[in-house]
Design a protein around this ligand. Structure first.
Ligand SMILES: NC(=O)c1ccc[n+]([C@@H]2O[C@H](COP(=O)([O-])OP(=O)(O)OC[C@H]3O[C@@H](n4cnc5c(N)ncnc54)[C@H](OP(=O)(O)O)[C@@H]3O)[C@@H](O)[C@H]2O)c1
Length: 334
C-alpha cells in the first residue's frame, strides 16, 4: 500500500507524506550496511516515499555518492533533496564550519551534482545559517541556481521565523527543514508560525529524536564507540536517565494501540502540524527495510485528543539542549 501524497509547500513538488532521511546510511549512527541501505531506498519508493534527503556533509560526500545510482535509476519518481553550507576538515573530525557566501553556494552545488551524477536537484537547502552573510546574498545565489536549471526549489534549515520571511522576500521557499519532535519543540515559537503564514512546508528532521523516542537505546553508553550520539547532551551524562523516563508515556500509548513508539512519534508531528495549519513531511532516518515499513505505516495513524494531551508536557521536561552548540540552531538566534 502506498502512503498518501501532499504538496511540499505552495511552490514545491508533490511528495509522499513521509520522506526518507538517508544520513545514517553513511555516517553518524553506528555501522552501515550498503546492500541493506540500497534495498531500503528501493523499498521506500515501492511504499510511496518519494522525498529522499541527503546533504553534501553526510559522510563528506559519501552519502550523495551512495544514493546517486538509485536516484538516476528512478529520476522521474524521486524528489531529491540535498544541502550545502557545512564545511568539514579531514584532519579534525569534530570541526564544523558554516559557509553561506555566494561563491561557496556556486561551488557546492556543482560538487553535489557531480557526486549525485544528476543534472538537477529538486530541493536545495541551505543547511545552516552564517549570520555574518546577508540572506540576500545566499538566497540570491540559490535563486540563480534555479534560473540556471541546476535546482528546482529552495529550502532552508534551522532558520528563525524572521529569517524565513527575509529569505522568502528574495525567492519563494518550498520547505523549511528543522528538528521537530515530541522532545524538541522550540521551532513552534517562530519558525513554524512563519512557515504556516508563508505556505512553506515543514520537513521535521530527527522526528524520532535520533532514535531515542523509539526506546531503541536509553543512554549514550549503549551506542557504539564511533556513534555521533554518544556526545549528545540529551543522551549522555546525568540527563540520560531522566530523559529515558520521559519516553515511557510514548511507549505506554504505543502498547495500548498495538503499534510502536516510533509510529506514535511520527503521528504526533503530523497532528501537531495540523494544529499549526501547515504541511509536514517528516523524514525519519533508517538504514533498514523493516523499520521503513514500520515508519510508513504510521502515515495514517491518528492519535486521540487524550493521547495528545499525555504527550503535550514531555518537551517541557527534557534535560539538555538538542545540540551541544546551540548557535548551530535557529533557537540559538531567537
Ligand atoms: N537539516 C539538518 O540539520 C538535519 C540534521 C539531522 C538529520 N537530518 C536529516 O533528517 C533525517 C532523520 O533524522 P535522524 O536520522 O537524525 O533522526 P531520526 O529519524 O529521529 O532517527 C533515526 C534513528 O532512529 C532509528 N530508527 C528509525 N526508525 C526506527 C524504528 N521504527 N524503530 C526504532 N528505531 C528506528 C534509526 O536506526 P536504524 O537506521 O537502525 O533504523 C536511527 O538510528 C536524517 O537522515 C537526515 O537526512 C537533517
Amino acid at each position: 500500500m502506498s502512503i498518501p501524497t501532499t504538496q511540499l509547500g505552495t511552490h514545491g513538488p508533490v511528495v509522499g507524506v513521509q520522506g526518507l532521511g538517508c544520513m545514517g546510511m553513511s555516517e553518524f549512527y553506528g555501522p552501515t550496511d550498503t546492500a541493506e541501505a540500497l534495498a531500503t531506498l528501493d523499498a521506500a519508493l515501492d511504499l510511496g516515499v518519494t522525498l529522499f534527503d541527503t546533504a553534501d556533509v553526510y559522510g563528506s560526500g559519501a552519502n550523495e555518492e551512495l544514493i546517486g545510482p538509485f536516484v538516476r535509476a528512478n529520476r522521474d519518481q524521486v524528489v531529491l533533496a540535498t544541502k550545502f553550507a557545512i564545511e568539514r576538515r579531514a584532519d579534525d573530525p569534530t570541526y564544523r564550519g558554516v559557509r553561506n557566501d555566494a561563491a561557496y553556494v556556486r561551488t557546492a552545488v556543482d560538487a553535489s551534482l557531480r557526486r549525485l551524477g544528476v543534472d538537477h536537484i529538486d530541493v536545495y537547502y541551505m543547511h545552516r545559517r552564517d549570520p555574518a552573510v546577508p540572506l540576500a546574498e545566499s538566497v540570491g545565489a540559490m535563486a540563480e541556481l534555479v534560473r540556471a536549471g541546476k535546482v528546482r526549489h529552495l529550502g532552508l534549515s534551522e532558520v528563525t521565523g524572521d529569517e524565513l520571511r527575509e529569505a522568502y522576500a528574495v525567492h519563494p521557499i518550498a520547505a523549511l527543514q528543522s528538528e521537530w519532535s515530541i522532545f524538541s519543540r522550540d521551532v513552534e515559537q517562530t519558525a513554524v508560525p512563519a512557515a504556516a503564514e508563508l505556505g512553506i512546508a515543514f520537513v521535521p528532521y530527527s522526528p524520532l529524536g535520533r532514535g531515542f523516542l523509539t526506546g531503541a537505546f536509553a543512554a549514550a553508553e549503549q551506542l557504539s564507540a564511533d556513534d555521533y550520539r554518544r556526545h549528545h547532551p540529551q543522551f549522555s551524562g546525568p540527563n540520560a536517565a531522566g530523559n529515558a523516563a520521559l519516553v515511557a508515556p510514548i511507549q505506554k500509548i504505543a502498547a495500548g494501540r498495538g503499534v510502536s513508539a516510533a509510529q506514535i512519534a511520527l503521528a504526533w508531528v503530523h497532528q501537531r502540524a495540523e494544529v499549526h495549519g501547515l504541511t509536514v513531511v517528516p523524514i525519519p532516518g533508517t538504514r533498514k527495510r523493516t523499520r521503513l515499513a514500520e515508519n510508513t505505516a504510521a502515515a495514517t495513524l491518528v492519535l486521540t485528543s487524550a493521547e495528545l494531551a499525555e504527550l503535550e508536557p514531555i518537551a517541557g521536561h527534557v534535560a539538555g539542549n538538542r545540540y551541544a552548540d546551540m548557535t548551530f540552531t535557529s533557537a540559538g538566534r531567537e
